[in-house]
Ligand binder design. Structure first.
Ligand code: HEM
Length: 179
């Protein structure tokens, strides 16, 4: 998992709860990296699982809620760090439709070792988008937050219905309808 995923996660905790908590969390997590991340480095996905479950226990917030908030936060950070990808789209649906065949393709060129999900995306109607998420990392709640962050960035509102297609969470369907 790329370092940016960790640096932004720790920044979110600092913004929402203060640096003290980041410090305590890193201390008690006993991570192989020592909790020192650079944006372009690559780290074990297991470290993110440790950090998210540690924060969940400490704050008594369910893991799915944390991942979703983190997705929302992350999209805002993408609008800063990867501005050209966001500016190329003129609507939330245009951006979401381009994740699989443009954005993540460019991300892969920048970071050949990136661990990215697979999306099958279809748009049955102008106000209706379907995103089928597949990933062994089972981060659909994070994807949910990214979709919400994307809609918010473009000042749009939509109803997102999330359906688990497998019990283990590796395949999830997002049905997104604009009012
Ligand atoms: C400007 C927009 C975007 C950029 C620059 C971007 C970039 C990235 C990067 C760098 C990673 C980390 C890869 C790794 O850790 O190895 C990632 C992961 C991920 N991205 Fe994107 N992404 C964008 C938009 C989106 C959107 C809109 C969605 C969802 C609809 C999405 C879904 C995901 C998910 C779920 C992961 C976690 C990995 C997994 O589930 O397997 N991304 N993306």
């Amino acid at each position: 998992m790329k370092g940016i995923v960790f640096t932004e996660f720790l920044e979110m905790i600092e913004d929402k709860f203060g640096y003290e908590l980041v410090d305590q969390l890193l201390e008690e997590s006993d991570l192989p990296s020592g909790g020192i991340y650079t944006a372009i480095g690559t780290y074990d996905h297991a470290e993110m699982v440790t950090l998210v479950s540690g924060l969940s226990k400490r704050m008594d917030i369910p893991v799915p809620d944390l991942l979703r908030s983190y997705g929302q936060y992350m999209f805002t950070s993408f609008t800063r760090s990867y501005r050209p990808f966001v500016e190329r789209a003129d609507s939330a649906f245009a951006l979401l439709s381009s994740v699989q065949h443009y954005i993540h393709v460019e991300v892969r060129k920048l970071y050949p070792d990136a661990e990215l999900p697979h999306f099958t995306i279809e748009q049955p109607a102008e106000n209706h988008l379907r995103m089928h998420y597949i990933s062994e990392r089972k981060l659909a709640d994070f994807a949910h937050g990214l979709i919400e962050g994307c809609l918010a960035t473009f000042g749009e509102t939509a109803t997102i219905t999330k359906t688990n297609l497998t019990d283990d969470g590796s395949q999830v369907l997002f049905d997104i309808r604009k009012e």
